[in-house]
Design a binder for this molecule. Sequence first.
Ligand code: FE2
Length: 275
Amino acid sequence: MTGSELDKYERDGFLVLENFVTPEACDVLRARAERLVRDFDPAGVISIFSTSEQTRTSDDYFLESGDKIRFFFEEHAFDAHGTLKRNKDQSINKIGHALHDLDQVFNSFSRTPQIRQLVLDLGLTEPLLLQSMYIFKQPHIGGEVTCHQDATFLYNEPLKMVGLWFAMEDATVDNGCLWAIPGEHKRGLKSRFLRADGGGTRFEILDDSPWPDDNLRSLEVKQGTLIILHPLLPHLSRENRSEKSRHAYTLHLVDASAHYPDSNWLQRSTPARGF
Ligand code: FE2
């Protein structure tokens, strides 16, 4: 990365790199994600992803997904009787959270010399690939992700983490692109999402002031763009009510030198690996 790119990342808390991934590589990853969904048998394992209701993200299927490939449904995929309104492949919100370790196509996409160099440039000295998600943001029902800092959900001490958000399709205001508050990564962490004693999860509020969202900026990007996210950057994405999906692949890396608390929701049976 160039000095001016790094300066911009430090100033804004995010950086947009266009054409980081080729259209062909995006198509390969997209086809693989669609294949995983086709092969997924949802019988008995309905789990819904929602950032607005804490209880729904506390089930065991979610809590045990840190070292697995698991499938989470859109909140609006079901009718009042709990039956899927459309096909499975148009109902999945995301796949997580160890695609990069367990699937060869995702592994190859995630462990490249280019990504390794990028995160070294960003200051991780011993980068470990902790979490991956393939997010579908389905047409018409793609769920909202409320304003948050990634360090709320993945925390380490000292905070040494990078989020990578790869656009697998064009992301626009209409289909639910990312929005961010530039520069607000300098304010400190507002909450932590923790495993609760006795099971489930809870939020620990560190600062209950509202998000200063006057300066909220949409990040409309083309397929193949990489958005680098600082772990303290407030960001969100709105519902997708459009005809078009908004696929994205995300990867979170941490540094081996930082302490990873066992109160984080994401736990693995084997340690996170590097490149
Ligand atoms: Fe996020």
